[in-house]
Design a protein around this ligand. Structure first.
Ligand code: TYM
Length: 334
């Protein structure tokens, strides 16, 4: 049986990047074509400085948004990572499989460690071991596909390496997974700073579209997006030299289903492109916002989904994690 696993961490409000890079495909494709599990990975949110009340709130909000976006608990499994103990159980074995060097080579570790150090803070050890927990998330379920945005591809590569290494050393326990990345908008860029990724935990928010932004907020952010100076105001799709315009074209293409290069030909001014992009995003997010408002009024319904999801996830993961424990030589409970 084909199995899919993916997750997102509650470190901030979900963004258009999360939606176009990941969630939208989970809803439109993945939940229909495989046994799919989607997880709010709250333990991962503790790898950087955090506020307990905020993580708690964002975890519930992320779960509610996943359902509002259209994940259907009759088709897939939605749950919270910390509710299923197999993740941390297996994460330790992944730490015993990975090397210090390969963890330190992860781009996200380098970037985030530099950012934390820049703030004068210390770097949590869990930020370094993060990919071991992520590998455990995926491998515990025998997932063969991991639908993610481009920025997570390196972590999935490492997960593959760890699965192969573990299997070679201790016998065939894990399925070797692969990342799937969307064709368009695999890396949505910040609207104000189109050379960096639109990220939910950034401090400067004027270039980030949050899924729950009011329509007028979305419009304002898109209209103020940085377009590229220098060149004449013609509209071309050129990520290298015109990152701002290319980003808007990617977003518009992702919303409307066109190809970014083809869409460019239809515009002769940045203003018109921005206007259409803003409206396309507003319309795409409208049903999600409405459904989120309904579901927020009924937290018991979300709780019931998460409870059933955690039960099913634990039942799926336990035998494989038990097998991994036995394979590495740990004595089974007597
Ligand atoms: P996270 O929470 O940063 O992001 C969730 C998903 O959204 C994608 N994404 C983007 N895609 C396109 N453009 C962007 N600007 C953008 N920003 C985020 C991410 O690629 C991701 O697919 N480590 C993961 C969470 C995780 C996970 C897992 C994912 C933990 N365990 C196991 C898959 C499988 C993360 O930090 O995602």
């Amino acid at each position: 049986l084909h199995r899919i696993f993916s997750g997102l961490k509650p470190t901030g409000h979900l963004t258009l990047g999360n939606y176009l890079g990941a969630v939208r495909r989970w809803v439109a494709e993945d939940q229909h074509r495989a046994d799919a599990l989607f997880c709010v990975v709250d333990l991962h949110a503790l790898t950087v400085e955090h506020d307990p009340a905020r993580v708690r709130r964002l975890t519930r909000q992320a779960a509610t948004l996943l359902l509002a976006a259209g994940l259907d608990p009759r088709l897939c499994t939605v749950f919270v990572q910390s509710h299923v103990h197999e993740h941390t159980r297996l994460s330790y074995l992944m730490e015993c499989t990975a090397s210090d060097g390969e963890m330190r080579r992860m781009i996200q570790y380098k970037e985030k460690a530099a950012r934390e150090a820049g703030r004068g803070g210390s770097v949590r050890l869990s930020l370094l071991t993060y990919p071991a927990l992520m590998a455990a998330d995926i491998l515990a379920y025998g997932a063969d596909e991991v639908p993610v945005g481009d920025d997570q591809a390196q972590h999935v590569e490492l997960t593959r390496d760890l699965a192969l290494r573990f299997n070679q050393r201790y016998g065939q326990v894990f399925t070797v997974p692969r990342a799937t990345v969307p064709r368009v908008a695999s890396r949505v860029m910040d609207l104000r700073d189109p050379t960096s990724k639109m990220g939910k935990s950034h401090a400067e928010t004027s270039g980030i579209i949050y899924l729950l932004d009011e329509p007028d907020t979305v419009r304002r952010k898109v209209m103020r997006a940085t377009t590229d100076s220098g060149a004449a105001g013609d509209v071309v799709h050129d990520r290298e030299n015109r990152p701002g315009v290319a980003n808007l074209l990617d977003i518009l293409a992702a919303c409307t289903g066109g190809a970014p290069g083809d869409l460019a030909a239809g515009y002769s001014s940045y203003g018109a492109l921005k206007k259409d992009t803003a409206e396309a995003v507003v319309e795409m997010l409208r049903p999600l916002r409405e459904r989120h408002a309904e579901l927020s009024a009924d937290p018991a319904q979300v709780d019931a989904v998460l409870r059933a999801g955690a039960e099913r996830a634990a039942a799926l993961a336990r035998p494989r994690v038990d097998a991994a424990y036995a394979a590495v030589g740990l004595m089974p409970p007597v």
